[in-house]
Design a protein around this ligand. Sequence first.
Ligand code: RIB
Ligand code: CA
Length: 319
Amino acid sequence: MPTTFLVDCDTGIDDALALSYLACRDDVEVAGIVSTGGNVPVDAVHRNNLALAELLGLTVPIARGADQALVEPPMYADDTHGPQGLGHAVLPEPSRAGDPRSGAQLWVDLARERPGELVGLVLGPHTNLALALEIEPELPRLLKRLHIMGGAINHRGNTGPTSEWNIAVDPEAAQRVLTEFATALRLPVLGALQATEQIVFTATELERLEHLAAADSHPVARILADAVRFYFEFHRADGFGWTAHVHDPLVTAHAVTGEFASTRPLAVDVELAGTLTRGQTVGDELGRWGREATVELLTAVRSAEFVEHLLTTLETGLR
Ligand code: RIB
Ligand code: CA
């Protein structure tokens, strides 16, 4: 039986790699996609999701999320992902319209239609999942599991000194999600920066994507190669050299296979009031709060094994 996912993403270069990976897997069914503003504004994310899903053969409901975060003023990462969100890639105009429902309503409807079956995968800010919890407070008990790329636990941030992008864009939403899902049937899996930054694409991986694209293969191969090349240019400009940190696919592949990392329980909450630390995900390693764990944190990442798995899956599926 395939695992059924709802993917909530701010596509984005690594989101596109994750969506492509899911589309290449025979053991995965994508039931729906929610477009959340983050790397680029929500309309650019939505266009990317509609165009990419069509090219990937994902004929599923794709719903546009909210215009902005619950409280935090809008911020975007077009320096990192390009003005349209997929670097140098040029995508065709989607021929299908998005689902008329809101992103939050799509979360609720799909979870109600498939109680206990749907796995949530959040690869961007938590805005629309938080709004879905307002519609359906039972969501944590309707979903089979939730997997999140986000946060930095006792690790430097990539957005503020202590904050990671997906949390920093909408800290109130992230806190609401972690609080409500602490009562879920199984704790959410959290792939934070200390795990996902171990996934580093080198020139070798970029060359493999370029080679796949040059082989007149699937149109998405060219899109991924052109997007990832932009990502390398950003990382080089940001002082990381000719490489790229690829965050979303690790959390996605672990959600599909249970492989490439282990997990450990930890009580995690989100700082909202800190003048210097707003948006920080704080992990209570010593149990000072006396609270139950709220997440299963990804640890012990097997990065080389994962990178090979990701590239091989794309090279096999995007032919
Ligand atoms: O901090 C990395 C995360 O922020 C990734 O999901 C990336 O796509 C951006 O959304
Ligand atoms: Ca993302």
